[in-house]
Design a protein around this ligand. Sequence first.
Ligand code: CO
Length: 201
Amino acid sequence: MMKFQSAALAVACALALAACGNDTPPPAEPAATPQATEAADAGAPPAMEQEATPAATPAPSDTAAQGSDPAVVADCATTIDSNDAMRYDADSITIPASCDQFTIRLTHSGQMPVAAMGHNVVVTSQADMQGVIAEGMGAGLDNDYVKPDDPRVVAHTDMIGGGEDTSVTFDVSRLRSGGPFVFFCSFPGHAALMKGSIAVE
Ligand code: CO
């Protein structure tokens, strides 16, 4: 359409110049061409104008909604107790953004042996939790029910029994993206009750 108009315009100009006679200097004509081109550009359909719609915000998960029993955090560390009732005494851990490393100490105030009521703390993304638990079960108690060198595991403590305690220190950088993150006990069946959210704020 625009091309046709430009052509028609050029023809009109040519005719006009011809009509003007020989006393008009030819150099006046070329100016019409760039203008026609600009008009054509302006009339071109705008380039893809798809809105950069941000991905829908993920709905808060069950785990992320927990937090009725926040762990007490001080000096980039916390202590969580566990017991013979298959429970932690906290269901959320908030790591201060200023911490480069964080330490989770786990105590077991029960009396049952590790083989019967073992507890640990494993930190993964919420998305990786079930896979890590499933493969941890295959790894067995000898591996603290955590698959050795599993890259999905941000950190994990040893598996302990009643009266014992353990701790793990890890780089907080792993938790600054890719969340939400959770902590749980990977002893078979325990994560149903022993889990919570962990986040950097
Ligand atoms: Co446990």
